[in-house]
Design a protein around this ligand. Structure first.
Ligand code: UDX
Length: 462
């Protein structure tokens, strides 16, 4: 099928590349010309395992193109994905101005054939109908311009208005495993009120439903959940809010464990084996960050508020998460007492491993508070240190490896659970520290091994 993906951020680029890999003809559109040039040259603007390789093979096979020309993309696609950002406004609402601009642009360039316009961006509930209206506006503006230019309206122009449908198709991929998640989905959600549009979306995703590109091809087909527009939009918010609340829940349990002397890792195992609870997303630590959970939970709280409902549970999940970010700071103060003049080394900076994303990363709050208390902060992160980019970070010295980080530190804090931290030479690191103390902010390290290497080990809730 002919696909156009508008917006080559995380979701858009991964979607475009993966759809081209399963056999579709994809054009990705972005208004950032420099980014388009980079992608045309075969380079991925984001770090995501496996993505560059697929980008290269699809481009070589002629299945994937990049352009800044929206008209070209709209003309090409039978299915048009809107995948631009909906960043949070200071109020917690989503900023939908990019979605609006794209929808208007689509309207301005729609040609004769039937098209499905897919909302892939995480948009406020009710946006499906709103997008339809904006597209119609875009068409009307074009028609007006044609009349003003003296061209009159052709039959083609008159017909466009009824020749598209809007579908909501939320995205559940995780950063760092986005390609894997796309080929191995738990479910595909399609919201809309047009049978024709839903049928086209089902055809588009058939290779994924059949698991033709999945790791385990023997599993039954991927469930496709077909709903109305608003329910599909709500599924995205509810899924992310549930997962964020689940993490806040286990973090609260961890804080109680700390006080009563229980071990949250054992508790998580014990409760996670109950199939009604499930073992995933029960890892206590520094709390959730990134581009999705904070934004989506706030947006759902805001929507509830707009409709006169006080979403107390979700608000509590946010409060617990804010407090959790500074749990390692409390532990540092407990161990070192005065932090002024002490040197603290952070292992990891990104909000989670296998990504270069620093958006809403717990490390940022920790750095700010350590600086405020007069501590010197150093950090080593496998991606941030390598990329040579400081990611706009201030108040922190970036070291190029873990041993240099440990040198002269009074304490280390493991902030991100990068796999490579499991293989560090802790014996060597302990020797170059002022005091070999480590706060494991993700309960990630082998406690015994680290202690054997000479460290005093402090975890979260254990
Ligand atoms: C999330 C959702 O998982 C995904 O479905 C959605 O499409 C986008 O948002 P992502 O933000 O990439 O994906 O990261 P995820 O792996 O879900 O982790 C989110 C945060 O929760 C991270 O900060 C992570 O460190 C934290 N986390 C996760 C925990 O603290 N404990 C856990 O048990 C799991």
């Amino acid at each position: 099928m002919r696909v156009c993906v508008i917006g080559t951020g995380y979701v858009g680029l991964v979607t475009g590349v993966c759809l081209s890999h399963i056999g579709h003809d994809v054009i990705c559109v972005d208004n950032n010309e420099e980014k388009v040039k980079l992608m045309q040259a075969g380079q991925s603007p984001i770090y995501e395992p496996g993505l560059s390789e697929l980008m290269k093979s699809s481009s070589e096979a002629g299945k994937l193109q990049f352009t800044s020309d929206l008209a070209k993309g709209v003309e090409h696609g039978e299915i048009l994905f809107i995948a631009v950002g909906t960043p949070p406004l200071p109020t917690g609402e989503s900023d939908t101005r990019y979605v609006e601009a794209v929808a208007r642009g689509i309207g301005a360039h729609l040609n004769g054939g039937y098209k499905v316009i897919v909302n892939k961006s995480t948009v406020p509930i009710g946006s499906g109908d709103w997008v339809r209206m904006i597209v119609l506006d875009g068409i009307a503006e074009r028609q007006k311009a044609l009349v003003t230019a003296g061209g009159g309206i052709s039959t083609l122009e008159e017909n466009i208005g009824g020749n598209f449908d809007v579908v909501s198709n939320p995205e559940f991929l995780r950063e760092g495993s986005a390609v894997y998640d796309t080929f191995n989905p738990d479910r595909i959600v399609l919201g809309g009120n047009s049978d024709r549009a839903i049928a086209m979306m089902q055809e588009l995703y058939q290779p994924l439903v059949d698991r033709s590109f999945a790791e385990d091809k023997s599993l039954p087909p991927v469930p496709v959940v077909v709903t109305d527009l608003s329910s599909a939009e709500m599924i995205k918010y509810a899924a992310n809010s549930f997962l964020a609340t689940k993490i806040s829940f286990i973090n609260e349990v961890a804080n109680i464990c700390d006080r009563v002397g229980a071990d949250v890792t054992q508790v998580a195992k014990g409760i996670g084996l109950d199939s009604r609870i499930g073992s995933k997303f029960l890892q206590a630590g520094l709390g959730w960050g990134g581009s999705c959970f904070p934004k989506d939970v706030s947006a759902l709280i805001h929507t509830a508020d707009d409709y006169g409902y006080d979403a107390e549970l979700l608000k509590a999940a946010v409060t617990v998460n804010q407090r959790q970010r500074l749990v390692t700071l409390e532990k540092l103060q407990h161990e070192l007492k005065i932090l002024k003049g002490k040197t603290v080394g952070l292992l990891g900076l990104t909000f989670k491993p296998d990504t270069d994303d620093m958006r809403d990363a717990p490390a940022l709050n920790l750095i700010e508070q350590l600086n405020r208390l007069g501590a010197k902060v150093k950090a080593y992160d496998p991606i941030v240190s390598q990329s040579g980019l400081s990611h706009g970070l201030s108040g922190v010295i970036i070291e190029s490896n873990a041993e240099m980080l440990a040198d002269g530190c009074d304490a280390l804090v493991l902030v991100t659970d990068w796999q490579e931290f499991l293989k560090l030479d802790f014996t060597k690191m302990a020797k170059v520290m002022i005091q070999p103390l480590i706060i494991d902010g993700r309960n990630f390290l082998d406690r015994q091994a680290v202690q054997d290497a000479g460290f005093r080990y402090v975890g979260i809730g254990r």
